[in-house]
Design a protein around this ligand. Structure first.
Ligand code: SP5
Ligand code: ZN
Length: 338
């Protein structure tokens, strides 16, 4: 087992998000990674933690439109403290406006909660590298479990549109990389539906996507994540959504997890990629399930027992006081520690 993180994510610090017209402090904080690494060190895992290596942009361009990548990169020359907020959401049939990154912002994003500033591109690129560093260790057979602490998260980011605190889809890029070596199943355990990942592989027979999440009738991203979304063309029946009501507890969650794992096993994947969110935790300020800290150990253990090598990529999780404990519990379950 290895745990990967990057020092390069730390300067990405959006200050607030808009939520139905209200301004909130931004929950997706730099300190999330710091608190996880601190708890891992405390439990004696420092020798299995390492930093990312840098991969070519080609890996990102296989999943994302280079125009969107360029837009995010173009914001790296904004003055310190300024950020690109969407103001207008133009028809997507128009071509991206060339003039300023401010005007362009709404062309490439689907919410007003996700801003880009000077340090966003470097952080988002490093989050991809963190995921790819893990994928490479698994693909080369050097590790059977890796936990990639990618930040910013990725599962809401689609081919040419970002949102939900996500810019590049770290898990999707890692899954695409691993798919050269065989079939890949992606299981998304973040509280929110992984709309970006679903969309990216919606017509693919080589990558199976399953997600357990808060019912989109009530929760972000609202417009997808329904049971009826089963995949199309070659990807038909390769997409499986499990929307659940608020308040789901450990027992109910683990029962649903087992059902999904049975389906994944039938797909016989060579690799398992987990979009791992901790916003399913009982006191998470964004999610609305009721999982307790010990449950994350159990989730890790069950993923390990499925069989294929596991690459877990961090997504959400905003309960700052317990995030470190929850992530370390998960890591210990995944590595087979009792
Ligand atoms: C990666 C991830 O977990 N993205 C989640 C994006 C959710 N954005 C909308 C959140 C609405 C939260 N309302 C918070 C109220 C805080 N008091
Ligand atoms: Zn989430």
């Amino acid at each position: 087992m290895q745990i990967i993180y990057s020092e390069k994510q730390a300067d990405h610090q959006p200050r607030w998000e808009w939520n139905f017209g209200k301004k909130n402090a931004y929950p997706e904080k730099t300190a999330r990674i710091r608190t996880i690494v601190k708890e891992l060190n405390k439990r004696g895992m420092s020798q299995i933690i390492r930093q990312e290596r840098s991969f070519a942009l080609d890996h990102i361009h296989r999943i994302h439109d280079p125009e969107m990548v360029r837009h995010i990169k173009s914001c790296a020359n904004m003055p310190e403290g300024e950020s690109a907020y969407a103001h207008i959401f133009p028809y997507r049939t128009y071509t991206p406006h060339p003039k300023t990154n401010m005007i362009r912002a709404g062309y490439f994003c689907f919410d007003v909660g996700t801003t880009i500033a000077r340090h966003t591109y470097v952080a988002a690129k490093s989050a991809v590298d963190v995921a790819l560093t893990g994928a490479e260790l698994i693909a080369k057979g050097k590790e059977r479990e890796v936990f990639s602490l990618s930040r910013p998260p990725g599962h809401h980011a689609d081919r040419r549109i970002y949102g939900g605190y996500c810019y590049f889809n770290n898990a999707a890029i890692a899954a695409d990389y691993l798919s050269k070596g065989g079939k890949v199943a992606i299981l998304d355990l973040d509280f929110h539906h992984g709309n970006g990942t679903q969309s990216i592989f919606y017509e693919s027979s080589h990558v199976y996507f399953a997600s357990i999440h808060g019912d989109p009738r009530d929760y972000y991203p609202y417009f997808c994540g329904f049971k009826s979304e089963r995949g199309e063309y070659l990807g038909h029946k390769m997409n499986h959504n499990v929307p659940l009501p608020k308040g789901v507890d450990d027992a109910a969650y683990l029962a649903e997890l087992d059902k999904v794992l049975t389906r994944i096993k039938r797909f016989t994947p060579a690799y398992l990629v987990i979009s791992m969110g901790f916003d399913t935790f009982e006191s998470d300020p964004v999610g609305d399930f009721a999982l307790t800290s010990p449950c994350y150990h159990e989730i890790g253990a069950r993923l390990r027992r499925l069989g294929p090598p596991v690459l877990a990529v961090l997504e959400g999780g905003y309960a700052m006081k317990e995030l470190g404990v929850n992530a370390a519990n998960f890591a210990e379950g995944l590595m087979g520690k009792e």
